[in-house]
Write a protein that binds this ligand. Structure first.
Ligand code: SAH
Length: 217
């Protein structure tokens, strides 16, 4: 699963140049017994299987020995939703260690036991944490110096200014009866900037009014 799509395109080129790196730890390597079991039945009964805290601890300690300064994330639909502010912090930090769950999830004790930061990529359920981890990594990697050129350092993107981004257009000037707004073709940079800000505000108001409210409201 790793680096998966991050081995391609800009992230992949940056990986090849050593701008970022990735190590994976196979949890099953730390599994119990002949079958290398990583999971067991839930205490209290019910469906599904739960990943064992002792196995996960062994895998985490192999990947990041105690004292490793990197934040440890547990991918979890119960976690704090990932937001661009946290992505920026992670990208500027010493790296990160990500634990990917499977089955019903992990034994609760590993969370406090290894100081895991539960992180969600949205209000829906994936079958495993790997795709969520790829999303976290992708959002961080594109902010690393030199990975995307100027594009990612521009602060006009969605969320960076607290607003959704304004609409983009490129050639042709007219396509299937839809024209590029005249203001974008007039060469008046101030007018363009005003139009973009107004559009960003309109889209945010329409689609994500929650972004306009102060945090905590
Ligand atoms: N029983 C759990 C879901 C388990 S899904 C619950 O109801 O909360 C299996 C694994 O997929 C999880 O342990 C987690 O690592 C990952 N996962 C699923 N949805 C996710 C999401 N929205 N964000 C981050 N990780 C997710």
């Amino acid at each position: 699963m790793f680096p998966g799509p991050l081995g391609l395109s800009l992230a992949g080129e940056a990986l090849a140049r050593g701008a970022w790196s990735l190590e994976t730890e196979d949890i099953r390597r730390h599994g119990i017994g002949r079958h290398r079991a990583v999971d067991d039945t839930p205490a209290g009964g019910g469906p599904g299987m739960v990943m064992r805290a002792d196995v996960l601890a062994a895998a985490l300690d192999a990947a990041a020995p105690p004292g490793d300064p990197r934040p440890r994330l547990l991918m979890s639909p119960r976690g704090a939703p990932l937001v661009q502010k946290r992505v920026r912090e992670l990208a500027a930090g010493p790296g990160l260690v990500i634990l990917c769950g499977r089955f019903e999830g992990v034994d609760e004790r590993i969370i406090a036991g290894r100081g895991l930061e539960e992180t969600s990529i949205g209000d829906y359920v994936l079958s495993g944490g790997e795709i969520a981890a790829l999303a976290v990594l992708d959002s961080c990697i594109r902010l690393l110096p030199g990975v995307m050129g100027a594009a990612a350092s521009e602060t006009e993107e969605s969320f960076e200014s607290g607003l959704l981004e304004y609409p983009h257009y490129t050639r042709p000037r007219e396509w299937e009866g839809q024209a590029i707004p005249d203001i974008l073709l007039g060469g008046n940079h101030k007018a363009v900037a005003e139009w973009r800000l107004a559009e960003a505000r309109r889209l945010t108001r329409e689609r994500r009014p929650d972004l306009l409210r102060p945090a905590g409201d």
